[in-house]
Design a protein around this ligand. Structure first.
Ligand code: RB5
Length: 145
């Protein structure tokens, strides 16, 4: 199950991604926001990250205007590794090397076509483990500082 959430700046892109995932029969749960009324991106990050940490969802997609505020918010939450990706290489390698569990996107930065391609490669790329597992563990240990 994939969790998705966005703020008011990204409703259209979120809906396009939901449709794109539905066409591939990938189950997705939409955590809002659902209207263009202004909302606060940390609130959306919180509900999506909670769904991942509880095991309700496996990975997440978070979208705001730049992708920055919502990814920064998500990365404040224990267990979350959110990667802001606007290029194919980063979306692929953040899975392979960082075992990211959220991809963050900026709806005011990229178009729907590229966003869907980034989501696809993010969801279809496995973590390599090995030396990267050691580094990811060290990264997560930083949560205890
Ligand atoms: C909302 O106007 C905007 O600030 C937000 O979507 C995001 O870009 C913040 O990082």
């Amino acid at each position: 199950m994939i969790a998705i959430g966005c703020d008011h700046s990204a409703i259209e892109l979120k809906n396009n991604i939901i449709q794109h995932l539905a066409e591939q029969n990938i189950p997705v749960k939409d955590f809002g926001t659902y209207t263009k009324e202004a909302c606060d991106y940390p609130d959306i990050a919180e509900v999506v990250c909670t769904a991942i940490n509880s095991g309700e969802c496996d990975k997440g997609i978070l979208i705001c205007g730049t992708g920055i505020g919502i990814s920064m918010s998500a990365n404040k939450i224990h267990g979350i590794r959110a990667a802001l990706c606007h290029d194919y290489f980063s979306a692929k390698y953040t899975r392979m090397h960082n075992d990211s569990n959220i991809i963050a996107l900026g709806a005011r930065v990229i178009g729907s076509g590229l966003a869907c391609e980034l989501v696809d490669v993010f969801l279809n790329t496995a973590f390599e483990g090995g030396r990267h597992a050691t580094r990811v563990q060290k990264m997560m240990d930083l949560e205890n500082l």
